[in-house]
Design a binder for this molecule. Structure first.
Ligand SMILES: [Zn+2]
Length: 163
């Protein structure tokens, strides 16, 4: 039995998402992330990959990249969340999605897309509605850059409360 169902996404209102078809335990492999193996050189040289935010590209090693930008790559439908319940895992030339929390039947699968923080981050707003959502699709380690102001004002508040 497949662990997922394809439905209209609650996060990306223009697109689809993947949903848990049954209760899933943390650590479960959900689906393979399939695509074409291309060389890193091809990524550098082809117009198709002329994008600062290679949403569907995974660098596998020094030589190869996996391009998952194909309609048959069902795992490509998984949306980004600032509080994801799944992650991309890989070994060798394979990539798959693993649950990083217990996931209830009917929940939408989400991953951290791992985008870096750079000048065009505003092109990719995030609508995940998680409590910790920073408003943009930026990887967890870099979100403090967006949150900087917010984090500072919060700290002040804490100090005030303790007085
Ligand atoms: Zn978010």
């Amino acid at each position: 039995m497949k662990l997922y169902k394809i439905k209209k996404s609650k996060i990306d209102n223009k697109g689809r998402g993947l949903y848990a078809a049954k209760d899933i335990k943390e650590g479960t492999k959900i689906i393979n992330y399939s695509g074409k193996i291309i060389t890193n050189k091809q990524v550098d040289e082809s117009d198709k990959y002329d994008n600062n935010k290679p949403i569907y590209l995974f660098t596998l090693n020094k030589r190869y990249t996996l391009d998952g930008d194909f309609s048959w790559n069902t795992a490509g439908l998984i949306n980004h969340s600032c509080d994801p319940n799944s992650q991309y895992d890989g070994k060798g030339l394979k990539i798959w999605i693993t649950a990083i929390k217990d996931i209830k039947k009917g929940e939408e699968f989400t991953c951290d897309y791992g985008f870096g923080f750079d000048k065009d981050y505003k092109q990719f707003p995030c609508k995940c509605r998680a409590k910790n959502c920073c408003g943009y699709i930026v990887r967890e380690e870099s979100r403090w850059r967006i949150h900087k102001k917010f984090a500072m004002s919060k700290k002040k508040k804490l100090v005030n409360n303790s007085q």
